[in-house]
Design a protein around this ligand. Structure first.
Ligand code: XLS
Ligand code: NI
Ligand code: NI
Length: 436
C-alpha cells in the first residue's frame, strides 16, 4: 500500500524546471571533481524529525497530519512506519537514513521488553534496506527523553542510570552493526548540568570517558568497525553540555585517549548556538582530521534555540562544501538532514518540499564550491597571504628550527617587520558572490 500515492519518484529536471516535486540541482549521477553527487553528498533522512515529529512545541499541541500513524506507541504502529519511511526515502532518492533506538521501536516496560521491540523493528528495517538498497548511515541511542535520564545518562549521579544507559548503547551499537551502519553517533543529550552547586564536574566527565571506553571495547568485541561520532552541542536541554563545541569535544577525546576511535558529527544549528559559524566548526574539526559527518540544518537568526530548519542558504551550503571538498569528502560519514518541517507545514507533501530544497541547496553548494576551487580564487589568495613562511625566517619558524634568541637577533638587526598586506575581505566577499 502506498502512503504517498500522489507523489512520484522525485526526478532530476534541471535548473529550468518549475516542478516543485523535482530536483533542479541534485543530479545523483552528475560528476563533480571526479565523483558523482551521490558519492559526494551521501544524503541521509533522519527518522526522528521526519517520521516521529508531531509539530508540538512547548506552547501547542501536535499539528502534523500523518494519515498512516495511529498516534500510539504500539509495535504495530512502529512496524507500519517502517514501510512509510522507506517509501518516502526511496521516492526522494536519498541513499541513507539514520535513527535513535526509540524512534524506530517503542520503549517497553523493562529493558528486556524494549530490546525485544527493537529487535522486531530492526528485522523489518533490514528487510526494507535489502528491498530498496537504502543503507544505514548511523544509529544512536536516545538517552535523553525518558525521565530516568533527567540528570544525564553516562554523567548521571545515579550509577544505575549509568548502567541502564550502557545497556541501551550496547544494544543500539549491536543493532547498528547488524543493519550495516557505518557510523554510530553519541549526542550527549543531557550530559551536562543545570546547576554547578549540585554537580561534581570532574566525576561526571570521568564517567563519560569510562562510558566511551566501554563502548569502544564492546564495538571491538562484536567486530563493529564503524566510526564513533560525537555531536557537539553547547546547551539545550541542559544549561551547559560537556560536548560544547568541536574544541571542547576534541579536548575530551584527547584527554581520555579516545582519538583513535571517535570523530565528530558537526551540526549547523549547534555551531551557531555555541557562538560559532558552521564553517568555523567544520574547519576546526577537519584541520585535525576529526570531521566525520554533518547534521545539515540551520537555525533562525532571531530565535535562540535549536530550531532545526532545513538548510536553504547557498552561502551556508557552499561553505560546508568548501570544507568537505578540501578534506576529500565525508565518507563513511554523510550529510544527514537533522531538520524538521515547521509545525505550520503539516501536510505529508511538505516533507518532500523540505528535503528536496535541502538536497538542491547542497547540490548547488557543491557545484559552487567546486567552481571556486577550480579557479583557485580563495586558495591562491590564502597561500599568498602566508607566503612569508615559505622562505627565510618564516620557513625556519615553520620547520621548527627557529628560537626566540635567533628571532630576537633577526629583528634587532632588521629593525621593523616588513609591511602588512591587505586582508581583502570585501574583495573576497565580492568574488564569492560572482560564483553564486
Ligand atoms: C539534538 C541532536 C540530535 C542528534 C542525535 O539536538 O541534533 O538530534 O543528532 O541524537
Ligand atoms: Ni540538533
Ligand atoms: Ni543532530
Amino acid at each position: 500500500m502506498s502512503h504517498f500515492a500522489d507523489i512520484p519518484k522525485i526526478p532530476y529536471e534541471g535548473p529550468g524546471s518549475k516542478n516543485p516535486l523535482a530536483f533542479k540541482h541534485y543530479n545523483a549521477d552528475e560528476v563533480v571533481e571526479g565523483k558523482s553527487m551521490r558519492e559526494h553528498l551521501r544524503f541521509s533522512v533522519c527518522y526522528w524529525h521526519t517520521f516521529r515529529g508531531t509539530g508540538s512545541d512547548p506552547f501547542g499541541a501536535p499539528t502534523m497530519v500523518r494519515p498512516w500513524d495511529d498516534g500510539s506507541e504500539s509495535l504495530e504502529n512502529a512496524l507500519n512506519r517502517v514501510d512509510v519511511a522507506f517509501e518516502f526515502i526511496d521516492k526522494l532518492g536519498a541513499p541513507y537514513y539514520c535513527f535513535h533506538d526509540r524512534d524506530v521501536a517503542p520503549e517497553g516496560s523493562s529493558l528486556a521488553e524494549s530490546n525485544a521491540n527493537l529487535d522486531k523493528v530492526a528485522a523489518k528495517l533490514k528487510e526494507a534496506q535489502q528491498r530498496t538498497g537504502i543503507e544505514l548511515l548511523w544509529g544512536t541511542a536516545n538517552l535523553f527523553s525518558h525521565p530516568r535520564y533527567m540528570h544525564g545518562a553516562a554523567t548521571s549521579p545515579n550509577a544505575d542510570v549509568f548502567a541502564y544507559a550502557a545497556a541501551q548503547v550496547k544494544k543500539a551499537i549491536e543493532v547498528t552493526h547488524d543493519l550495516g551502519g557505518t557510523n554510530y553517533v553519541f549526542w550527549g543529550g543531557r550530559e551536562g548540568y543545570m546547576n554547578s552547586y549540585n554537580t561534581d564536574m570532574k566525576r561526571e566527565v570521568d564517567h563519560l570517558a569510562k562510558f566511551m571506553h566501554m563502548a569502544v571495547e564492546h564495538a571491538k568485541s562484536i567486530g563493529f568497525t564503524g566510526t564513533f561520532l560525537f555531536e557537539p552541542k553547547p546547551k539545550e536541554p541542559t544549561k551547559h553540555q560537556y560536548d560544547y563545541d568541536a574544541a571542547a569535544c576534541l579536548n575530551f577525546i584527547r584527554s581520555y585517549g579516545l582519538e583513535d576511535y571517535v570523530k565528530l558529527n558537526i551540526e549547523t544549528n549547534h555551531a551557531t548556538l555555541a557562538g560559532h559559524t558552521m564553517m568555523h566548526e567544520l574547519t576546526y574539526a577537519s584541520m585535525q582530521g576529526f570531521l566525520g559527518s554533518i547534521d545539515a540544518n540551520t537555525g533562525d537568526l532571531l530565535l535562540g534555540w535549536d530550531t532545526d530548519q532545513f538548510p536553504t542558504d547557498l552561502y551556508l551550503t557552499t561553505q560546508c562544501m568548501l570544507v568537505i571538498l578540501n578534506q576529500g569528502g565525508l565518507a563513511p560519514g554523510g550529510v544527514n538532514f537533522d531538520a524538521k518541517v515547521r509545525r505550520e507545514s503539516f501536510e505529508p507533501v511538505d516533507l518532500f518540499h523540505a528535503h528536496i530544497g535541502g538536497m538542491d541547496a547542497f547540490a548547488r553548494g557543491l557545484k559552487i564550491a567546486a567552481a571556486i576551487r577550480a579557479d583557485g580564487v580563495l586558495s591562491d589568495f590564502v597561500k599568498d597571504r602566508y607566503s612569508s613562511y615559505d622562505s627565510g625566517v618564516g620557513k625556519k619558524i615553520d620547520d621548527g628550527s627557529a628560537s626566540f634568541a635567533e628571532l630576537e637577533s633577526y629583528m634587532l638587526e632588521k629593525g621593523n617587520p616588513d609591511p602588512n598586506q591587505s586582508g581583502r575581505q570585501e574583495l573576497l566577499e565580492n568574488v564569492i558572490n560572482e560564483y553564486l
